[in-house]
Design a protein around this ligand. Structure first.
Ligand code: KIV
Ligand code: ZN
Length: 515
């Protein structure tokens, strides 16, 4: 039997980015967009172009680079927003404008201060305006989950008549309950006279932990697009998690009348990339992508899995991209073996120069670390992308002294705008001493908001991957660094963040800009 298609609309780069502290630079968005394209999501919502020049440039860059997905830009139901969104998606092979306006009584009265008639008029006008840029227009009645169904029917009918091709029903505040949200979708599809002329979509937030359940209930009641994010990243408690939606639908094909065309083997790759760039680590017991998602600890389970894996496993780890920490390359591997393995990991180099540069990093790592795994190779590329961004500050040398009962001391040499400078500092620990020495040399005055260390693979010889988040004057950026020495990885991540904040390639959190 031919199943209907369930469209996967990924909003990691837009709603995901609205998590405080998860803001991404243009280059980071492009890297994630490439990975989403390889994973074969259908639509990438790349940003909110009116929010800042940085976001406009990011959406435009994604629209220029991505070829196989539709690239979508968000716009309020306002002329300036729609013009900016239209401009940003112009280079796309397939571009969509997503315009939204609140429809719940509380939002209309308290936030918009608009009557119901004014809201319908503005929504219709904005859809008509968006249609001048593309025939692929999505309309969202914001806070639909708390809106009057009769009013939703009225506004949806009007925007479809004006040319909206997707109607997205958001549970903006994560208030809905699965059976009730499913019933709402069914009711809207049945009662809106021209509902057959649009795809119905859902966009659920996770305030009550129900975003995935609500989305799946909606799918069972006729929704054919789900808006979701990698790792469930998003405002407050996050959005529906892409990997959970896709794997629930795929694993329970006996229940769902539709399926996605997503390449699930890319899920882990995207999950790690998003976690690394945003600094939002995945909890170990998170479904599908958590470190323990496929680990069987209890003896009874282990025994069962060894006899027949289906006794306790409903999915295969390799089907969502978990590799078994395969030893892939070593010190003696040549350039060709390296390039071939990178291609197998969907990592392409834009030039011979870039390949040579990452290969040289691989050789340096292989000298320090005996076993090189896929995760190490991915981290090499992250490192190289970070350093080619805008580096006015470079780490030249670092010496740290730690001794029981003594205050840790760091001596740091940085190259700042081409000039080598040295400073010494003490701190509560070796990392604290390092950061203080860096601050002495750079005087950036940033506030450190997050410091997190993760082992890239297993074992004490693993590379440590450090993420820091720093803030200055309302601008927040993340920095990353990886090394077998976690103090050096920490210094690299802090320097990476400072390079971003001083070069202004990071951007203000969308909500901090005066919209
Ligand atoms: O949560 C929400 O309502 C949104 C809309 C812009 C769709 O993110
Ligand atoms: Zn949202």
């Amino acid at each position: 039997m031919n199943k209907e298609k369930l469209i996967i609309f990924d909003t990691t780069l837009r709603d995901g980015e609205q998590s405080p502290g998860a803001s991404m630079t243009r280059d980071e968005k492009v890297r994630i967009a490439r990975a989403l394209e390889v994973m074969k999501v259908d639509i990438i919502e790349a940003g909110f172009p009116i929010a800042s020049n940085g976001d406009f440039e990011a959406v435009k860059a994604v629209a220029e680079i991505v070829k196989d997905c539709t690239v979508c830009a968000l716009a309020r139901a306002i002329k300036g927003d729609i013009e900016r969104a239209g401009e940003a998606i112009k280079p796309a092979n397939s571009g969509r404008i997503h315009t939204f306006l609140a429809t719940s009584p509380i939002h209309m009265k308290e936030k918009l201060r608009m009557s119901a008639d004014e809201v319908v008029e503005a929504a219709v006008k904005s859809v008509a305006m968006a249609r001048r840029y593309t025939d692929n227009v999505e309309f969202s009645p914001e806070d639909a989950g708390r809106s009057e169904p009769d009013f939703l029917c009225r506004i949806i009918e009007a925007v479809i008549a004006e040319g909206a091709t997707t109607i997205n029903i958001p549970d903006t505040v994560g208030y809905n309950i699965p059976h009730q949200f499913g019933a709402l979708i069914k009711d809207l599809i049945e009662r809106v006279p021209n509902s057959d002329q649009a795809i119905f979509s859902v966009h659920c937030h996770n305030d009550l932990g129900l975003a995935v359940s609500n989305s799946l209930s909606a799918v069972l009641h006729g929704a054919r697009q789900v808006e979701c994010t990698v790792n469930g990243l998003g405002e407050r408690a996050g959005n529906a998690s892409l990997e959970e939606i896709v794997m629930a639908v795929r694993t329970r094909q006996d229940v769902f009348p539709c399926d996605t065309t997503l390449d699930a083997t890319q899920i882990m790759n995207c999950s790690k990339l998003v976690a690394g760039i945003t600094g939002f680590n995945v909890q170990p017991n998170k479904a599908i992508v958590g470190a323990n998602a496929f680990a069987h600890e209890s003896g009874i389970h282990q025994d069962g899995v060894l006899k027949a894996r289906e006794t306790y496993e409903i999915m295969r780890a390799e089907d969502v991209g978990w590799s078994s920490n395969k030893l892939v390359l070593g010190k003696h591997s040549g350039r060709n073996a390296f390039k071939t393995r990178m291609l197998e990991l969907n990592i392409e180099f834009s030039s011979e120069e870039e390949l040579n540069e990452v290969f040289a990093r691989f050789k340096t790592l292989a000298d320090k670390k005996h076993d090189i795994f896929d995760e190490d190779l991915q981290a090499l590329v992250t490192e190289s992308a970070l350093e080619t961004e805008n580096e006015s500050i470079k780490l030249v040398a670092l010496r740290v002294c730690c001794e029981t009962g003594e205050t840790p001391n760091a001596t740091m040499i940085l190259n700042i705008n081409g000039e080598e400078q040295q400073a010494e500092a003490t701190g509560d620990g070796p990392v604290d001493a390092c950061f203080k020495a860096i601050e002495k040399l750079t005087n950036t005055g940033v506030n450190l908001q997050l410091y997190s260390v993760n082992a890239i693979t297993t074992g004490t010889d693993s590379q440590g991957e450090v993420t820091v988040r720093v803030e200055k004057d309302g601008r927040i950026v993340n920095g990353q660094g990886a090394d077998t020495d976690i103090v050096i990885a920490s210094a690299k991540s802090y320097i990476n963040a400072l390079n971003k904040i001083t070069s202004r390639s990071g951007r203000t959190h969308p909500q901090l800009e005066s919209l």
